[in-house]
Each structure stands twice: as C-alpha cells, then as structure tokens.
Design a protein around this ligand. Structure first.
Ligand code: FAD
Length: 365
C-alpha cells in the first residue's frame, strides 16, 4: 500500500480476495500514522498489531535517500518505523502479511444497565475467550444524566459452528439489548466512521490495564461509585444546574450539602440506585430534624432527580415526616416580666415582644 492510503481501502481490496490484515476500527484512519504507531483493531487478538504484520517498508529518509527495509535489509530502520511514527522518514510503501478470512463475522453490542457494572467487570475479567473473539467492555454515562450502560462489543471471526459456545456465556448474563448479528467485515470496519468519538474530534488517551479488580477504590476510580469530595465532578454538575437556573448561592450551598449527605448516607453509591424516602425518613426519625430542615433536604433531592439525573421522583410513599416541637406559650407573672425587662434593658438595641391576652405588639425598650 502507498503511504497515504486509508484503512478502508486496504480492508476493501484485501477482502475482495478473501484476505485481511489487522488494522484499526475506523475506515478513514490513515495507514501511515496508524501503522507507524502500532495499529490496534478488531483482529488484534487473532493476528496481532498492524506492525506485527508489516513485512516491508519503503522509506524516504531525512537525507533524501530512498530506502527499502525489512527483517534482513536495513533491519534497524525496519525496527524503528514499527512504533517510532514519522521520526525516521516518510514511509511511501507498506507491504503487509495477509490472512485468509471469511467475509461474514458476528458483530454488535450486548448492552447492560450500569447498575450491573461491578458484576460485569468481574465476569469480563474471568471470562476465557478464544483468539478469534474480540470483546471490548465499554462503560458509558451519557451527558445530561441519562441512564448509564455497560456495553460488551463483539467481533467474532471464528468458525460459525462455534459461535453459540463462544457467545453463550455472555447471552446467559441476560443483556438488556442483544444486537450481535452476522455482518460483512468491511461494513463493520466502516460502522464507526461517524459515530466513533475520535471521528468527532474528541481527545482520547489510552492505557493498558493488566488486571481488573472490583475492590472499592478501583470502582471509585472508574466512576462506579460517586466521590463526594467538594471537587467531585458529580457535585460540579449539580452546581452547574443550580447556576443555569439562577438560584442563589445559599441555595446552591444548601443543595450541594444535602446531596453530599444523601450520597454518604447510602455508602457512596450512585444516586441512581438510592432510596430517597429512606434518607428523608432517617432525618426525621433518627436525627430529629425540624420540618423545615427536612423540607429543605427534600427540595435538594427533588432538584437532583429532576434536573441533574432527569428522573423525576414522583410520589414519596411511606415517608416519615418530621414533627414540629410543641411550643407551649409561657405565661409570666408580673415579677417575671420585671426580670425579663430588666435583662433587656441591660443590652441596648434589643427588641422585646410582649404578648398580651388580646394580641401581639412589638415595643422598643
Ligand atoms: C477516528 C479515529 C479512529 C482511530 N482508531 C484507531 C484504532 O482503531 N486503532 C489504532 O491503533 N489507532 C486508532 N486511531 C489513532 C490513529 O492510529 C492515529 O491518530 C494515527 O496517527 C492516524 O494516522 P493518520 O495517517 O491518519 O494521521 P496523520 O495525522 O496524517 O499522521 C499522524 C502522524 O503519523 C505520521 N505519518 C503519517 N503518515 C506517515 C507515513 N506514510 N510515513 C511516516 N509517518 C507518517 C505523521 O507525520 C504524523 O506524525 C484512530 C484515530 C482516529 C482519529
């Protein structure tokens, strides 16, 4: 292939002969940058990286020499361009190892609710899969507070007769949606051309995870648990929603405070899975808060569910309401009135409220 080719062109030409070489997952990615950088895609488990399948390069070096490089000729240069990017010159021609492969693969997504993320991570970590199955686990919280999902994205290029055995364990996990179906490999390679976040200019950074552990801190790091530090992204989203509605700073502080307490009360789980009634009833029954305090907490949570999570709460059945203190008016004797007024006189500028049998008056003393 020439240095300026795109993946889609390689996939299309090779597959028209029933052959493939492993490249990336979006057809308009350039072969030049992808292959000189490594090249990881849907067939990597089966055939390795793109650079593992590179057999010859033709390079124009920085001193304008036109050089052929492979395992035995200019072996250092051949080693350098497989991962060293454009630093050693311009690759004008690539030759790849091709592999026979059937045109039809099984591909698509299994979708699960985010609430099952822990269980699925463990399942994914323990699952033994053959090299002809690529299985990506993707966790998504869409912007705007819609429900998150866990996606197991499949590309199975092995024998059709083994497909049920290979995909059976995933299907037995009862996904919400099963979109896995036979697909043309070249069409699959084009399927993310507009939807892939990288195709929309998103910055993306990769890391290599050697093992998956479902202990608390790891789950917190990957966002399965809400962190409630003042800088938590979640609480920042709450603040943002308060501000676009132009509520006061005091309301913002009160709402964020109540939401933080609510999350802590439920052991730092995500508010999507939490019980509002349990928290509000706890405030009334165990913390003995006043009705106005309980009402403020309720307003904060109504705001959270309606404007941040976009899942209005509906009726709060079986809520224990806070009861106000019974304030019995004290009737003072003339001597007691004397003493109270004596106290007030000692502190200038205080106001005293005198209650009479007929009504209420406010006197400056
Ligand atoms: C939408 C999208 C999807 C992607 N998907 C994958 C994926 O599935 N797997 C994966 O591994 N990576 C993927 N990537 C990353 C991609 O491999 C790199 O961004 C790569 O650098 C793109 O190469 P390019 O030739 O298109 O880009 P360019 O911006 O043209 O080049 C990138 C770098 O490579 C150098 N370069 C380009 N051509 C040559 C050449 N012929 N000789 C020497 N140096 C050259 C350039 O000088 C530049 O430094 C994706 C990127 C995008 C934008």
């Amino acid at each position: 292939m020439t240095g300026g080719s795109l993946l889609g062109q390689v996939d299309h030409e090779a597959m028209s002969h029933g052959l493939v070489t492993p490249l990336g997952t979006v057809s308009h990615t350039g072969v030049g940058g992808l292959v000189t950088g490594g090249g990881f895609g849907r067939l990597a488990r089966r055939y390795g990286l793109s650079i593992d399948n590179l057999v010859v390069v033709n390079v124009v070096t920085t001193n304008r020499d036109f050089v052929h490089a492979d395992e035995s000729t200019n072996a250092d240069l051949f080693w350098g361009v497989r991962g060293g990017g454009g630093n050693f010159g311009i690759v004008t021609g690539f030759e790849f190892q091709l592999h026979p492969m059937q045109r039809e693969v099984l591909a698509g997504d299994f979708v699960f609710p985010i609430a099952r993320a822990r269980e699925l991570l463990k399942f994914y970590a323990d699952l033994e899969i053959p090299d002809d199955l690529t299985l990506d686990l993707i966790m998504v919280y869409p912007p705007g507070g819609a429900d998150g999902v866990v996606v197991l994205s499949v590309c199975y290029s092995g024998p059709a007769a083994n497909a049920d055995t290979v995909l059976g364990p995933i299907r037995r996990m009862n996904p919400l949606v099963d979109q896995v179906r036979p697909m043309d490999y070249v069409a699959l390679q084009r399927s993310g051309d507009t939807a892939d976040p990288r195709a929309r200019g998103t910055y993306l950074k990769s890391a290599c995870i050697y093992s998956v552990s479902c202990r608390g801190s790891w789950c917190a790091r990957v966002g399965l648990e809400v962190r409630v530090s003042p800088k938590s992204l979640f609480l920042q989203a709450v603040r943002h929603k308060v501000r676009v509605r132009r509520l006061s700073r005091r309301t913002e502080r009160a709402y964020v405070g109540w939401i933080r307490r609510f999350i802590k009360f439920h052991g730092l789980r995500h508010p999507r899975d939490m019980e509002v009634v349990a928290f509000l009833s706890h405030l009334a029954a165990e913390r003995g808060v006043a009705p106005s305090t309980q009402m403020q907490a309720m307003c904060a949570l109504l705001f959270l569910y309606e404007h941040v999570l976009r899942r209005p709460l509906g009726k709060l059945e079986d809520l224990s309401w806070a009861r106000g203190l019974a304030r019995v008016p004290a009737v003072l004797t003339p001597e007691e009135v004397e003493r109270v007024l004596g106290e007030l006189r000692a502190r200038r500028g205080w106001w005293g409220c005198c209650s009479t049998g007929a009504g209420c008056g406010c006197w400056n003393v």
